[in-house]
Ligand binder design. Structure first.
Ligand SMILES: Nc1ncnc2c1ncn2[C@@H]1O[C@H](COP(=O)(O)OP(=O)(O)O)[C@@H](O)[C@H]1O
Ligand SMILES: [Mg+2]
Length: 391
């Protein structure tokens, strides 16, 4: 199943969004245009729906309603999120989930529902506030999405949100998890518990997956062979591979010795193979050389389509190489454009006449779109560093 349409009101730096989404989505835009904020919507829904989650916890984990609500909006409007879920690209939506969130004006300033609505099977299944909510307002501090007893008719939707994965792997965090102790971030985006995830995977799946990864890695790191998992003296799982480069018989290396690029690619491949319904990727191009980056769109497509269960991948990127793949379609790319008055606008590139003309003229998405997201005054960056620093 995929999210085939997303509507937002007053979410972060977006006052209004209404876009269609495909099985693969590339989110591009200037720095601070809201690419990460757009992905955050799906993590927020996951945090409501997941076991032990819920509306109150999710709002707290995402910084509180006053931070989440669009600062450009006047007064205190509701935050509104609506997603449609379809079986695949171009299929009619099977489900629609819609939520509006307010905050108490006084007292504990608790977030509560302005409304919660669900459609499925061609009819509306939920329309809150209902009569019970009118009698007991406290009920509106919880969604039905988070309650097993209440979401029976649309459990599929809750499960879909729950199985959203977000990856923004930071190699240093994966190598030195102890050094990054502190408050847990839901979903472990930076890979602090990546090795535990590997260890928890049943051995047959784990070994098969590592074999597949080794094969896929071969193009990027040809000297890496025999990727497998081992346990150290304290019973902690590690990844190990032979590097043929250094000695004729090869030297063994563990994950803390792998290069940044190897680790990021490994994490990416692992997540793609894990096959969650919705996979969110932040700038997968980081630490990778351009030859590899240009093959990522095809790799993502291939790995996600291996299983019968087709998952969706939404990624943010700045990479020219990634968007130079001719296989990337204009309807798969969302362009974020900040405006002065109304927050950031989100458009499908295939709906932008100027870009469409360039693409028809034979340009790649990278050539046609990226000039629009490059700062116009990049040279000033150098000037500001060029001034005399009295210290
Ligand atoms: N509630 C909000 N209203 C308006 N802007 C916000 C809000 N929350 C965050 N932002 C702004 O969003 C921008 C960051 O967006 P982000 O998604 O990190 O950008 P990107 O990933 O494209 O670099 C920052 O400029 C931040 O100030
Ligand atoms: Mg970002």
């Amino acid at each position: 199943m995929i999210v085939s349409r997303l509507k937002l009101k007053n979410w972060r730096n977006f006052q209004f969004v209404d876009v269609e989404l495909k099985e693969r989505v590339f989110v591009v835009g200037p720095n601070a245009s809201g690419k990460s904020n757009l992905l955050e919507v799906f993590r927020f829904l996951r945090d409501i729906a997941k076991h032990g989650g819920g509306l109150q916890q999710a709002v707290e984990d995402h910084g509180g309603l006053s931070k989440m609500r669009c600062l450009a909006a006047r007064q205190h409007p509701d935050i509104e999120v609506e997603v449609s879920l379809s079986e695949s690209n171009d299929a009619k939506p099977d489900w629609r989930y819609s939520i509006g969130i307010k905050q108490e004006v006084r007292g504990f300033r608790q977030p509560y529902l302005a409304y919660e609505r669900v459609w499925g099977d061609g009819k509306q299944l939920l329309n809150r506030p209902d009569a019970d909510d009118q009698k007991d307002k406290l009920r509106l501090t919880q969604t039905h999405l988070e309650q097993i007893n209440a979401n029976k008719e649309f459990r599929v939707v809750a499960n879909f949100f729950d199985s959203t994965a977000y990856l923004h792997l930071v190699p240093q965090v994966l190598r030195f998890p102890q050094a990054f102790a502190g408050k847990e971030i839901p979903g472990d985006p930076f890979g602090r518990h990546f090795m535990e995830r590997v260890a928890r995977t049943p051995i047959k799946t784990r070994r098969a997956r590592l074999k597949n990864i080794e094969r896929a890695l071969r193009a990027a790191v040809p000297q890496l062979k025999g990727l497998t998992d081992i346990k150290d003296e304290s019973g902690i799982t590690h990844l190990e591979a032979v590097y043929e480069h250094w000695r004729p018989q090869g030297a063994k290396q563990r994950e803390d010795q792998f290069s940044d690029g190897t680790l990021r690619l490994l994490g990416l491949l692992w997540s793609l193979l894990e096959g969650d319904d919705l996979l969110l990727l932040e700038e997968p191009e980081l630490s990778l050389n351009s030859g590899i980056v240009s093959r990522l769109p095809a790799l993502i497509y291939r790995l996600r389509n291996r299983s019968k269960k087709k998952g969706q991948v939404i990624l943010t990127t700045h990479s020219f190489d990634l968007l130079s793949d001719k296989g990337v379609g204009a309807e798969e790319v969302l362009l974020l454009t900040p405006t002065d008055q109304e927050g950031t606008q989100v458009e499908k590139v295939s709906d932008i006449a100027d870009v469409k003309r360039l693409l028809e003229g034979g340009m790649t998405i990278g050539e046609a779109v990226l000039p629009r997201v490059t700062p116009k005054d990049v040279n000033q960056l150098e000037f500001s560093f060029g001034t005399h620093d009295p210290n």
